[in-house]
Design a protein. Structure first.
Length: 234
C-alpha cells in the first residue's frame, strides 16, 4: 500500500504510523518503506524514525536520503548523489512483502513529485511506483479550504492509472469550522479515516490505542459510522 498526499506537510508520516498501529493491533506484521527521504543529513532522524517512535513497525527502511528539503530527484542532483532507480525501490518493497503481511510505502510530497530515475533515464513518481507494485493508494488530504480540488486532482491521476485509492484527512481541527464540515461531507464517499490535529505529538502508547478509532476497516481500523463520528467530535 502506497501512502501519498495532496501536497507536502499534509500528515503522510503520521497517517502511515496510524495505519501501522491499527494493522498491528489487528495482528498483522507491518513493514514501512520510505523510498526517498529529503531534508536530513546523515544520522538525523527521518520519517521512518517518526513512524517507529509512534507505532513501532516490525521493520522500517529508508532506501535513499538526501540533505536538502527538495523533491528526491532534485535533492539527489543538488547533492551530487545517485538518484534512486525505480526497480531498486520495487525490489525492496517486494522483498519486505515476502516477510510481512502489510508493507506501507510512504512517498515524498505529492503524487507526481519526481522520486528518482528509471533505467531509461526518465524520472519516476510515486504513481509509477504504485503501478509497478500493483498496490492501492491512500491519499492524505488537508481538512480546510482548497482540499477538494487538490484531492480530486490526485484521485483522478490515480484513477487514470487504474490505482485504487481512498482518502484520509491528515489533521482534523479541534474546533472545526463550516468549511471543514462541508469538505468532510464531500469526501465521505472516498474517506477511509481522519486523524486529530496534533496526533503526531501524542504519547506513543496513547497513539497506538487510539489509531484504530481514526480509521475504517479498509485500513484495519474500527471506524464504521461517519455520522456517529461527527456527532461525537462535534
Amino acid at each position: 500500500m502506497v501512502v501519498t498526499g495532496t501536497d507536502t506537510a499534509v500528515g503522510k508520516t503520521v497517517v502511515t504510523a496510524a495505519i501501522t498501529a491499527a494493522a498491528q493491533a489487528a495482528g498483522l506484521r507491518v513493514a514501512v518503506v520510505k523510498p526517498g527521504q529529503t531534508g536530513t543529513v546523515t544520522g538525523e532522524p527521518g520519517d521512518v524514525d517518526a513512524v517507529q517512535r509512534l507505532a513501532a513497525p516490525l521493520t522500517g527502511r529508508t532506501l535513499a536520503s538526501y540533505p536538502d528539503p527538495l523533491a528526491p530527484l532534485t535533492a539527489a542532483r543538488v547533492a551530487e548523489l545517485e538518484p534512486l532507480e525505480l526497480y531498486e525501490a520495487v525490489d525492496a518493497v517486494r522483498e519486505e512483502a515476502e516477510k510481512h503481511d502489510l508493507v506501507l510505502v510512504e512517498g515524498a510530497g505529492g503524487l507526481l513529485v519526481p522520486m528518482g530515475l528509471r533505467p531509461s533515464g526518465e524520472p519516476w513518481t510515486v504513481a509509477d511506483l504504485a503501478v509497478s507494485l500493483g498496490a492501492p493508494a491512500v491519499v492524505v488530504a488537508r481538512a480546510g479550504l482548497g482540499t477538494l480540488n487538490h484531492t480530486a486532482l490526485t484521485l483522478e491521476a490515480l484513477d487514470r492509472r487504474a490505482v485504487p485509492a481512498g482518502v484520509v484527512v491528515g489533521a482534523w481541527p479541534a474546533a472545526p469550522e463550516l468549511v471543514h464540515w462541508t469538505n468532510l461531507g464531500d469526501l465521505v464517499p472516498k474517506l477511509l479515516g481522519a486523524l486529530p490535529a496534533g496526533a503526531g505529538g501524542m504519547d506513543p502508547g496513547v497513539f497506538r490505542r487510539s489509531a484504530p478509532g481514526w480509521l475504517t476497516p479498509a485500513l484495519h481500523g474500527v471506524l464504521d459510522d461517519w455520522r456517529a463520528w461527527a456527532e461525537e467530535i462535534g
